[in-house]
Design a protein around this ligand. Structure first.
Ligand code: G3P
Ligand code: MG
Length: 389
């Protein structure tokens, strides 16, 4: 049945359900809209059915990505209905352990854009691997991929490097050199070789001082080898996608592949230690909680418009998560325990990462198994509207 037939015509009641749409492999293949996607979103807009876009993509300001999506899909969403992989990193600026004045290294597919994103969020001391390469080119014997960014992007308050660290050096000997407190990956890194070299240097350093080496971090003979104690730089990834659905007909490696390269290297360097890191994005609960709060705010705005006054709590009964990747979209919706008792219904489409012939009809675990499989986003929404009757 056509989508329009499934909608309650003229109902004044704002619907008690909403949608969360993945982007890559559901709405777009890179910059190309997937057939049916634009008309589906426009129909939901026309019938005031709330939705958000929930992507593991990133690497641009939310405002820039939203403007591109509106242009491509002919809709007019705002950043209030848009969650990308690194959006929740802003929460690290709050509270007693705020990162606001800490020094953070950031990477992704475009160093300069990553720097801009973090500064725009409110992080104050931000640098990229290009800055480290620019301050000491010998740190990486080969020319990084993007020549244009080798000059370094910001003037740093003090030199990055410290003298080689010796066990009897006290930390104040190093204090007039740059200490990097955390490393962030905002989207798929482009220059893996330079990034992994710099990340590994910092993981093996003394307390994040670039140019130092602390045996306890990387020498398997050391009792605390591999254990990143306090003061060591923290490592944050914004998604764990091993692959994603781009313009090529087969899935492409994502940020998760970079993460697993780091995990494998750390295992080899430390003789078997698990790399300690934080990873957000789908399928992790914090991302779905962040998304649910955004949807509830959206739903309450609709209710105010419908004259329903201030609804306490939420009557958002169901959210339909439409995705193409069982390991992120489907597992996340299946595993998320809503703080408001909202039902998250996972719907897998065939236009992205998952392909019955390649992936096999059987799902390897219950958490990867969608509530429903549909051909594409249009038929997925049609099924959901019918289910809502
Ligand atoms: O880098 C983008 C990729 O990881 C997946 O994006 O929109 O399918 O969650 P999306
Ligand atoms: Mg996707």
């Amino acid at each position: 049945t056509g989508l329009a037939e499934n909608l309650k015509r003229g109902s004044s009641e704002p619907p008690a359900f909403a949608f969360a749409f993945d982007i890559d492999g559901v709405l777009l293949h890179e910059k190309e809209p997937i057939p049916g996607a634009a008309e589906t979103l426009r129909l939901l807009d026309k019938n005031k059915i709330p939705y958000i876009l929930l992507t593991n993509g990133g690497g641009k300001r939310e405002s820039e990505r939203v403007a591109e999506l509106n242009d491509k899909l002919g809709v007019s969403i705002t950043t209030e209905s848009f969650v990308q992989s690194h959006t929740p990193f802003q929460e690290l600026l709050e509270g007693p352990d705020s990162f606001r004045d800490k020094t953070v290294l950031v990477t992704g597919s475009h160093y300069e854009k990553c720097l801009d994103i973090m500064l725009n969020y409110g992080f104050r001391n931000v640098l990229t691997p290009a800055d480290i390469f620019a301050s000491k080119p010998s740190v990486f014997p080969f020319q990084p991929v993007k020549k244009t960014e080798q000059q370094g992007l910001i003037s740093l308050p003090q030199p990055i490097y410290s003298q080689p660290f010796s066990a009897n050096d006290s930390s104040d000997v190093l204090s007039n050199h740059l200490k990097i407190d955390a490393m962030f990956v905002l989207n798929d890194p482009r220059d893996w070789a330079l990034d992994i070299q710099i990340f590994s240097d910092l993981l093996l350093s003394h307390q994040g001082y670039m140019g130092t080496y602390s045996p306890k971090n990387g020498n398997p003979a050391e009792p605390n080898c591999g254990w990143q104690s306090d003061g060591q730089p923290r490592l944050y990834f914004s998604n764990a996608d091993l692959v994603w659905s781009a313009a090529y007909h087969l899935p492409r490696f994502g940020q998760g592949a970079f993460q697993y390269a780091m995990v494998g290297l750390w295992d080899r360097i430390t003789g078997g230690h698990e790399l300690q890191r934080t990873c957000i994005g789908k399928p992790f609960g914090e991302t779905y909680r962040f998304a649910e709060r955004m949807l509830n705010a959206h739903w309450k705005r609709n209710h105010k418009i419908a004259g329903r006054g201030n609804t306490s709590g939420t009557e958002l009964k169901s959210v339909y998560m439409i995705g193409d990747n069982p390991e992120s979209d489907i597992a996340g919706a299946n595993g998320y325990r809503s703080e408001n008792g909202t039902e998250w219904v996972s719907v897998l489409v065939k236009t992205g990462v998952w392909d019955e012939a390649r992936s096999g009809a059987k799902f390897t675990s219950k958490e990867l198994e969608p509530k429903r499989i549909e051909a594409d986003v249009k038929s997925a929404v049609g099924w959901a509207l019918e289910r809502e009757g």
